[in-house]
Ligand binder design. Sequence first.
Ligand code: ADP
Ligand code: ZN
Length: 617
Amino acid sequence: MEPKKKNITIWLIVIAVVALVILQSTLSGPHTENLTYSEFIDLLNKGKVQNVVLGKETITGTLVSKGLEGILPKAKIEQMKRYGKGQCRFVTARVDDPGLVSQLESAKVQFNGKVENAWSSVLLTWVVPILLFYGLWVFLMRGMGKAQGGLMSVGKSHAKVYVHRSTGVKFDDVAGIDEARDELMEVVDFLRDPWKYRRLGGKIPKGVLLVGEPGTGKTLLAKAVAGEASVPFFSLCGSDFVEMFVGVGAARVRDLFSQAQDNAPCIIFIDELDALGKARGISPVVGGHDEREQTLNQLLTEMDGFDTQKAVIIIGATNQPEILDPALLRPGRFDRKVALDRPDLKGREKILKVHTRQVMVGPDVDLSLVAGRTPGFVGADLANLVNEAALQAARIGKEEIGMADFDYAIDRLIGGLERKSRIMNPKEKEIVAYHEAGHALVAESRPRADHVAKISIIPRGIAALGYTQQQPTEDRYLMTKGELSDRLDVLLGGRVAEEIIFGDVSTGAQDDLQRATDLVRHMIMSYGMSESLGLATFEAPRQSLYLNVWAPSQKEYSEETARAIDTEIRKHLDEAHARVRKTLVEKRSFLESLATLLKAKEVVDRKALDALLVQTQ
Ligand code: ADP
Ligand code: ZN
């Protein structure tokens, strides 16, 4: 619940409680007796009682005001007068006293019985509070429903689903994932003209599973299918079911499917399908997942049960297809899988084009260069990048986004925020400058290594003190042994430079060494790139994550081989170390001038690096 709504709720509860208390007290008048029964009898005997009303539990009445002083304390008389507004009114408990009536008669006191209105009292003490609480409850439930958001109420479960009559997204808005898009083209065709397919007796798709990492555009693609086919788009998120009360999720699924069938042709999109579709029965959490299982069962039932004549397509999205319950993947359910990969260089450029359609981009901007500097970025990252660049341009008062703004945004997204305020001491700065210069210099002197795009010693994020950004000339799916060994050299460049210059090493190279060792291990164990161990691979195939349990990968080789592998890794690393050392010693003067430039400028880009290369040669 939002804080505002919470406040209102608290106030409502307070008001309800206060109202109840007031109601109770006005109903039964003052409960506090101001006379004890013995005082009352005493007053009666002394002829001081004027009239009396006998209630079921209390006796009320008025006293003769004069001559009370000797009998009652002054304070008590005052109090009775206040309560009786001038008259001396009293209240006392009715004690079971059979002689009372005759006593009253003999004292000639006027007395009445009180007819208690049972109805009104029942009404006030029971019915009204119940109504009040019911009202409060209804209000709260409605508030909760609203807080969950959504545009449409589904059935009686008070659950909400997002429904877009028209998503407005077209295939033009989706770039860089052409294969996935082409596969879904067929679904669009079907939704546009279900009859065409039925006439030909074609197999109508029911469920499509989009598999891809977060931000690769799964939701966008599903929306685009709905947009292209101009059909309604129902969407819900698997993780919403996990926290809900038992039974609500299943009801929700039921209602959703019946709504969807009424709106056919249409699309049901289930985001984070893995959250509710995890393989059953082996969850590490003890108890407590009944809700998810119920919801999953309901989903399976609905998928099997719904009328295939109705053109309803269910699109699920997940980034962990391997943990899905196998039942979900059976024929007639999510039997069609479409993979969305991270976009390649061309794909990134296309995505950048899509997202720069709505913003002003300057003439100096080359989107292919931006794409080149953003390997590994997914669609969502690129959208974010364009946004950051636009914000930066606006911040410094520019009319259009320039290349510098893109550079800024890339730096910001890659390394976390620039933290110029973090002051490195001069010694640290010197070490980092030589370290990064070492990486850069080795990269420059290895023809098969990626080109250096930028070197920086501005601390970023938490861990990195500096970085050397290399720009692959193209996206690679295969690498040769030579390329891998050049990459290894670059990784060692930082540490070796520290060794040569300072005769000592810092802790800053830990990550480099980790990555270097991993690289060598892969070269030897997976790719068969070692002479002495030959073409064999030594990695046990990873057990699939079927049923959500990682089987420990077993060693499929002897202790002796293990020792041989260790020796081989050592040897490779030592050889690389020697190679790198040789390079850096030979080019020591360039190493020093690059480090000096870095200390002065903190950032050295490609242009400055080229200028320096020309100067020192
Ligand atoms: P997912 O559902 O895979 O996590 P989304 O579809 O929610 O990713 O992507 C988030 C945003 O990123 C989209 O709204 C869109 O702006 C952008 N985006 C992602 N992939 C692409 C793409 N292939 N083309 C264009 N924009 C994309
Ligand atoms: Zn390093």
